[in-house]
Design a protein around this ligand. Structure first.
Ligand SMILES: [Zn+2]
Length: 294
């Protein structure tokens, strides 16, 4: 559009010579002046409306400058870092409530030893509570109910309380007696008839003297055996005659016990043992290497 205006103005100026003396050119001259005049903004100003609300000035929070990361201190050999070691206890920590600060009193821990013979299935037994009875007692008593013999468990006539050492010595001995019964009496063992295991008393039921191995659950009395065919072989009634099958079997049982225990007392030891075999693992000799087999 501006190009057209310019061409038109040039045309007017070139033909508008005073020599023509024509008034109609004056009108064109005025039009040309208007067209060549600098453009003026003839637009009306926008109507004055309500002023927009000014933005509230919000102050930026002061932020601490970001510092480059600092490597953490190396932990000591015990695993505690310097920061942990130097951290003071929080003074403003809330005190613990009464319930948490005073926990309920727990029973003291009871330390007992496991028995490998029980773990491996050679003996059926449960762990009893520690026994403290004057000079007697045992920390880890076993309540034995059966003994492994030749692939099966042979029960005891009643549960007996013994040490792990005593319980561990039983399977080897019972297996030998079981074999004697089968060979000599044609019937295997069905039950082991026992007397007391643990019993707090002095030796030979005396008034003075040393505490019996029974007082340490380190002894067991055997009154006899019940066979699979129902017969009962009792020390009291079958020890004699010694050349009968029952008497021979009991003597073999007595002698076999001398290879498993350190003390074996039978009817020939003294009158106190005329009805049972006493077996224990007491210490004899200065180095516990002596045997008592009577
Ligand atoms: Zn005894």
């Amino acid at each position: 559009m501006d190009v057209i205006k310019s061409l038109f103005v040039v045309l007017l100026l070139s033909v508008g010579t005073p020599a023509l003396g024509q008034d109609w050119l004056d009108g064109l001259q005025e039009l040309a002046n208007e067209l060549t005049a600098p453009a003026q903004d003839t637009r009306s100003p926008p109507p004055a409306g309500p002023k927009p609300p000014e933005r509230p000035v919000v102050e930026r929070p002061k932020v601490a400058p970001v510092l480059p990361p600092v490597p953490l201190p190396r932990p000591d050999f015990d695993g505690a870092t310097d920061a942990e070691a130097e951290t003071p206890p929080a003074d403003d920590a809330e005190p613990m409530s009464e319930e948490v600060a005073a926990p309920a009193a727990e029973p003291a821990r009871v330390y007992q030893g496991a028995c490998p013979a029980v773990l491996q299935g050679f003996v059926d037994a449960t762990m009893g509570d520690p026994i403290e009875e004057g000079a007697c007692g045992i920390q880890s008593p076993l309540v034995v109910t059966a003994v492994l013999s030749r692939g099966r468990m042979v029960p005891l006539s009643s549960p007996v309380t013994t040490s792990c050492a005593m319980a561990s010595a039983l399977p080897g001995w019972v297996a030998q007696v079981d074999g004697y019964a089968s060979a000599m009496l044609d019937s295997a063992l069905a039950q082991i008839n026992t007397g007391p295991g643990y019993m707090c008393r002095l030796r030979n039921n005396g008034e003075t003297g040393f505490v019996s191995e029974h007082g340490f659950a380190n002894a067991l009395d055997i009154s006899g055996f019940t066979l699979a065919d129902g017969r009962t072989i009792a020390v009291k009634t079958d020890w004699l005659p010694g050349n009968a099958p029952q008497g021979r079997m009991l003597r073999l049982a007595h002698d076999a016990a001398c290879g498993e225990f350190t003390t074996v007392l039978g009817p020939e030891a003294n009158a106190d043992h005329d009805d049972h075999l006493h077996l224990d693992l007491g210490c004899h000799g200065q180095n516990c290497t002596a045997l008592i087999c009577e």
